[in-house]
Design a protein. Structure first.
Ligand code: PGA
Length: 237
């Protein structure tokens, strides 16, 4: 399977961000899949600005298929607008919008039902890391999120919360330990797919981070909103 590099623009962008990143590309024979998860209103604009080798991603999806759910956007709508990848369970959704692993499980099923490729995000907060309970935390979070997903294929991003947007990238042994655990849990749950790392990945550290054993790519926040994203794609490939 190809490596995967995803960008997550969060709510940190404007239409100007497309102009800044419009030349980002992936060579035809390249061994990496690339997507950028943009805010909903930008999805229909995406192909106007971006190179066609960059796939469209969404940052969230409703846990409902359709109905009277004001403010929600369903997986079928995303698929109709050409979205390929969708982030599910990002820590900002879990923490700020109180999404539970049960919600995330329902979202994963909605996404898969409509042909989207979900990127499930898991990762521990700093207190769990300090207490040395991060392994149990990740195991529980992953297990609850993937109930009933046997024999499916999804990608999983390990994103320690303390590394997101903090400039405090996880160390290679920490990343390798978590990626190895997630791969084992995926095998046990009969789930296939890639395991990637996210949390303060930059144009400067991407080359070193890509040496982490078992790292199939990156999920990138801040550094995906500018030309640095190209350097990260190149480092992963
Ligand atoms: P960051 O964000 O690269 O800015 O740390 C990563 C993420 O939130 O996915």
């Amino acid at each position: 399977m190809k490596k995967l590099v995803g960008g997550n623009w969060k709510m940190n962008c404007t239409l100007e961000t497309f102009k800044e990143t419009k030349d980002i590309s992936v060579s035809r024979d390249c061994c990496v899949d690339v997507f950028i998860a943009v805010p909903y209103p930008y999805i229909s604009q995406f192909s106007k600005y971006m190179n066609e080798c960059i796939k469209i991603g969404a940052q969230n999806v409703s846990k409902f298929d359709s109905g009277a759910y004001t403010g929600e956007v369903g997986a079928k709508m995303l698929a109709e607008y050409g979205v390929s990848y969708v982030l599910v369970g990002h820590s900002e959704r879990r923490q700020i919008f109180s999404e539970t692993s049960n919600d995330i499980n329902t979202k994963l099923k909605c996404a898969l039902r409509h042909g989207l490729r979900p990127v499930l995000c898991v990762g521990e907060p700093e207190n769990e890391r300090i207490a040395g309970s991060h392994i149990d935390f990740i195991r529980k979070q992953f297990g609850e999120s993937v109930v009933g997903l046997e024999n499916t294929s999804i990608d999983v991003a390990y994103e320690p919360i303390w590394a997101i947007g903090s400039g405090k990238t996880a160390q290679l042994p920490e990343i390798e330990e978590a990626l190895q655990l997630i791969r084992k849990l995926m095998l046990e749950s009969k789930i296939s797919g890639r395991v990637i790392y996210g949390g303060s990945v930059t144009a400067v550290n991407a080359r070193d981070l890509s040496k982490a054993n078992g790292c199939d790519g990156f999920l990138v926040g801040n550094a995906s909103c500018n030309k640095d994203f190209q350097k990260i794609i190149d480092a992963a490939s």
